[in-house]
Design a protein around this ligand. Structure first.
Ligand code: PLP
Length: 391
């Protein structure tokens, strides 16, 4: 580790786990674009034998990730879902996962249609109700799968309360920290066993790479995950590891600015007469506001809102009329994105079920980027006006 014990987050983003390349002094981590390494005699090598098992660029990223999540071990995978796939492979047939009922769609799909076939059962539950979570734990339950803030309703669950239940009942607690990023929230400090990222989002931060990561403080879980990383083989390439390392160097600045922009946009949406509800944990009337204040540094840059004219048509008009907000899936990049959960990310959920959690036909989700805040605010105001034919 090349940061002092008391290093602050920003310093860890830039120096955590990193050192100049020992061979050349290269200040930036080189891209070791190789699949294999020379051995001086059979089995005699410098710690690197084959690149699925170990690659210096990936090792540097893993050490950096461990540093920024306050963990001892980082383990990278070829996507966020590949990271989740490997975490679920810690389980065995007959085991049960208790998961958040407002979950990333791909996580729900992997739990139900893939791991369900291998005899690993999943139950979905509103994790805002900690007592209900404790009640649902059975002798088969082995893992608690937590996501906060949730997608797209931006619900907040209390990580410390849930990881405490997990500890008392001997469950592995996992927090998907993709929406918050380690700049805003550090689940290992709140008692989580594993923290998971789709590095595709805020960690990479430039919408140019797909990757996943797990960070832990638990030596035994780390060794099992390193084993699975090599045994199942869903590893990221060195070029992508370099890109995520580069992304993390500005993580603190990007998320800080995106949060500032998000707050300005929330204020404007609240004041707009075409908008019905705004979902953002930074609002004092958000039911999870106090928990968010306790466990997050700031409230994030994801916002959802719906329209008084609660129709797909009205929402479509808004999304077709933004200039800087690009209509696209994903989140966490420097550029602002706009999306329609009902027809995009959450299209597979039956309408009645969607409506019951507040995911209305006109619900629009924003991933606020780091463009000029005034330009973003104006862009949304013009798009809303165009939707009713005012502009
Ligand atoms: C995107 C995402 C994932 C999946 O990550 P990929 O890199 O797309 O495989 C998992 N969880 C959350 C919360 C996400 O937003």
């Amino acid at each position: 580790m090349s940061t002092r014990k008391d290093a602050a987050f920003a310093t860890k983003c830039i120096h955590g786990g990193l050192a100049p390349d020992p061979l050349t002094g290269s200040v930036m981590t080189p891209i070791y674009q190789t699949s294999t390494y020379a051995q001086s005699a059979p089995g005699v090598h410098q710690g690197y034998a084959y690149a699925r098992t170990k690659n210096p660029t990936r090792s540097a990223l893993q050490d950096n990730l461990a540093s920024i999540e306050n963990g001892t071990h980082g383990i990278c995978f070829s996507s966020g879902l590949a990271a989740m796939d490997n975490v679920l492979k810690l389980l065995s047939p007959g085991d049960e996962v208790l998961a958040s009922d407002d979950l990333y769609g791909g996580s729900y799909r992997l739990l139900t249609t893939v791991f369900g076939r291998f005899g690993i059962k999943s139950r979905f539950i509103d994790m805002r109700d900690a007592a209900a979570v404790a009640d649902r734990v059975t002798s088969e339950t082995k893992m608690l799968w937590i996501e906060t803030p949730t997608n797209p309703m931006l619900n907040i669950v209390d990580i410390a309360v849930l990881t405490d239940i997990a500890k008392r009942r001997n469950l592995i607690s996992v927090v998907d920290n993709t929406f918050a990023s380690p700049y805003l929230q550090q689940p290992l400090d709140l008692g989580a066993d594993l923290v998971l990222h789709s590095a595709t989002k805020y960690l990479g931060g430039h919408s140019d790479v797909v990757m996943g990561a797990v960070v832990t403080n638990d030596e035994d879980l780390a060794q099992q995950l390193y084993y699975l990383q090599n045994a199942a083989g869903a590893v990221p390439g060195p070029q992508d590891c370099f890109l995520v390392l580069r992304g993390i160097k500005t993580l603190h600045l990007r998320v800080e600015r995106a949060c500032q922009n998000a707050k300005r946009i929330v204020a404007v949406l609240n004041a707009n007469e075409l908008v019905a509800n705004v979902y953002y944990p930074g609002q004092t009337d958000h039911p999870g506001h106090d928990i968010a204040k306790k466990q997050m540094r700031d409230f994030g840059a994801m916002i959802s809102f719906d329209l008084k004219d609660d129709t797909m048509e009205a929402a479509t008009q808004v999304m077709k009329n933004t200039h800087y907000f690009t209509l696209a899936e994903s989140l966490g990049g420097v550029e602002s994105l706009i999306g329609h959960p009902a027809t995009m990310t959450h299209a597979s959920i039956p309408r009645e079920q969607r409506l019951s959690v507040g995911l209305t036909d006109s619900l629009i989700r924003l991933s606020v980027g780091i463009e000029d805040g005034t330009d973003l605010v104006k862009d949304l105001e013009l798009a809303l006006a165009a939707a009713v034919g005012v502009a």
